[in-house]
Structures are given as structure tokens and as C-alpha cells.
Design a protein around this ligand. Structure first.
Ligand SMILES: Cc1cc2nc3c(=O)[nH]c(=O)nc-3n(C[C@H](O)[C@H](O)[C@H](O)COP(=O)(O)OP(=O)(O)OC[C@H]3O[C@@H](n4cnc5c(N)ncnc54)[C@H](O)[C@@H]3O)c2cc1C
Length: 286
């Protein structure tokens, strides 16, 4: 059993890990590579930088700092987290169990730009298989996505839906050997009357579906939190208290995924606060 799993190795995740490790805990950081810093050409407004530093360099410095302290860093994609008392973290590198989890996964993922997607949200378009699968029992559903996260969502839905089709929207699937039908064509639009009835493909043909589950790219923080039943803010960020704890005891969040100021300084501060609070929580659990 892990004491603490931190999802994300950006400023928030690494900061949380540094505070936990220096408090004599042994956190495990799981990450999928660089986050927002990849696109930050230069950072020059963070404390202690006499010269601007490329975002990529700042990310690598953070990883090196953590490794120098003996923090374990695993490159893998988190597909979902289950549990309440202890947490089961499902990743592309296997499953882990932990007493506490800190989500530091950065900003929410962007949904694909498909006509009708926004319009049908809550009326057939869903972002959470585990939350909504029950509504589609015995019905045909479609998953929008091309990676392991899409496959993970498809497997959850396969227990209730009559048929699951994965639509990669023009992308090459990252998985092989799946038992689901995979459609690689671009998706033109989501169609329906009141509620979703299907998706129109680039060649004009239709894929029938009463439910469409968006699982493009990797699972974002709000996807994971939503799956777990944690409360989100109106803007879809994870709701936290002053200790960075979500509405689920033992589940913390820090950095861009809690919304507000999207800056390194705020991510580092929240990471530190979450690392300290989660350490206290773990100690309290014995
Ligand atoms: C173009 C641009 C310019 C910027 N310029 C500045 C600037 O000048 N100054 C400044 O202060 N800030 C700047 N920022 C903002 C800054 O980069 C972010 O505020 C900061 O990186 C947020 O840190 P974070 O740790 O919350 O998330 P991120 O840095 O985004 O890190 C997220 C981490 O989560 C991991 N992750 C996500 N999902 C999963 C998953 N399912 N499984 C496993 N791992 C996962 C990622 O791999 C990554 O390691 C800029 C951002 C951009 C896009």
C-alpha cells in the first residue's frame, strides 16, 4: 500500500512530493510527461530567476530536484481512480493502492471540436462512464477517443450497454486487439432530437448511439475527480478547502486543476500545502 500517490509532475505535483518527502513520507509521483510548461517558451515572472528560463527546463529541473531527494517517479498514464477509504489508482503501468492521492494534473483537457458536442452535454453526451453507464443499459453507446483512456471507458460501458463503438475521429488508435468496433473516420457532427441519436461521419454515414462518452487524450483532473464523486466548481475545477482537500477525505488537488490563477507560483504554493496536509492525513491514519 502506498502512503501517497501524486498524479502529475509539474510545479504542483513536484512541490507536493518535495514537502511530503522532507516530512519523512515516501510519495510516488505518477506522470505522463510535461504538462503546461511544454508550451511556455520562457518563464521570467517566478521568484529567483535572474534570467528567463524555458518551461521545459523548469520541468526538467523539478524532476531532477525530486530524484535527487530520492522521490520515486513513474511515467505512466492514470486512467481512473476508485475507492473512498483507500484509493485504487489504475494506470497504464498497473494498479496501485494508496492511503491518500494528490491530483496535480494541470488544466482540464480540451474536448474535441465537433458540432453538437456542447449542445448535447447532459442529453446524451457524457464525460464519465462510471457515473453515467447505468443510464445507457441495453443501449448502443460510442466513445470518442483513441488512447488507453478511451479503452478504459469502453470497458466500463461494456458491462451495461448493448454495443460499444470507439470513434477515433481521424486518429490512429493507440491500442490493438480490442473486442470493440473501432471507427477511424473523422466525426462531422453529433445528431439527435432532444437527446442524442448518433454521430455523422465524414462520408455521411451514421453511427447509432444513445450515449456518447468523451474520452479524448488522457484522463484530466476533472474527469478523475468526477468519476470518484468529488465535487467540482461551476467552472469544472476540483473543489478544495484551504488544506487543498477535495470533498473526499484523503483526496487532495493542487495547481491549475483547482482553477484560479494559472501560474507556476500558485501551483507551487498549492502543491506545498497539499503535500503537507496529505502527509498529516496519512500520519493520522497510522
Ligand atoms: C503558453 C504558456 C505560457 C505560460 N507562461 C507562464 C509564465 O510565464 N509564468 C507562469 O508562472 N506560468 C506560465 N504558464 C502557466 C504554467 O505553465 C502553469 O500554471 C503550471 O505549469 C501549472 O502547473 P501544474 O503542476 O498545475 O500543471 P502542469 O504543469 O500542467 O502539469 C500537469 C502534470 O500532470 C500530468 N498528468 C495529467 N494528466 C495525467 C494522467 N491522466 N496521468 C498521469 N499524469 C497526468 C502531466 O503529465 C504533467 O506532469 C504558462 C502556460 C502556458 C500554456
Amino acid at each position: 500500500m502506498e502512503q501517497m500517490v501524486i498524479v502529475g509532475a509539474g510545479p504542483a505535483g513536484i512541490s507536493a512530493a518535495l514537502y511530503a518527502k522532507r516530512g519523512n513520507l515516501d510519495p510516488l509521483v505518477i506522470n505522463n510527461g510535461i504538462g503546461a510548461l511544454e508550451k511556455a517558451e520562457k518563464i521570467e515572472n517566478y521568484y529567483g530567476l535572474p534570467e528567463a528560463i524555458p518551461g521545459k527546463q523548469l520541468f526538467e529541473n523539478g524532476i531532477a530536484q525530486a530524484k535527487a531527494l530520492g522521490i520515486r517517479i513513474l511515467e505512466a498514464q492514470v486512467l481512473g481512480i476508485e475507492g473512498f477509504d483507500t484509493f485504487e489508482i489504475k494506470t497504464t503501468a498497473g494498479d496501485f493502492e494508496a492511503v491518500s492521492v494528490i491530483l496535480a494534473t494541470g488544466s482540464a483537457r480540451k474536448a474535441p471540436k465537433i458540432t453538437g458536442l456542447k449542445e448535447f452535454e447532459g442529453r446524451g453526451v457524457s464525460y464519465c462512464a462510471i457515473c453515467d453507464a447505468f443510464f445507457y443499459r441495453g443501449k448502443e453507446v460510442a466513445i470518442l477517443g483513441h488512447g488507453d483512456y478511451a479503452l478504459h471507458e469502453a470497458e466500463i460501458l461494456s458491462h451495461t450497454a448493448s454495443k460499444v463503438t470507439i470513434l477515433t475521429d481521424g486518429k490512429e488508435p493507440e491500442f490493438t486487439d480490442v473486442s470493440f468496433e473501432v471507427v477511424k473516420q473523422k466525426v462531422e457532427a453529433i445528431e439527435g432530437e432532444g437527446t442524442v441519436t448518433g454521430l455523422r461521419l465524414a462520408d455521411g454515414s451514421m453511427v447509432q448511439a444513445a450515449g456518447i462518452f468523451v474520452a479524448a487524450g488522457t484522463a484530466g483532473s476533472s474527469d478523475i475527480a468526477r468519476q470518484m464523486g468529488a465535487e467540482l466548481t461551476e467552472k469544472g475545477h476540483i473543489k478544495v478547502n484551504e488544506d487543498m482537500e477535495s470533498t473526499i477525505p484523503g483526496l487532495y488537488a493542487a495547481g491549475d486543476c483547482t482553477g484560479g490563477l494559472l501560474q507556476v507560483a500558485k501551483a507551487v504554493h498549492e502543491g506545498a500545502a497539499a503535500g503537507l496536509a496529505a502527509s498529516k492525513y496519512v500520519r493520522g491514519r497510522g
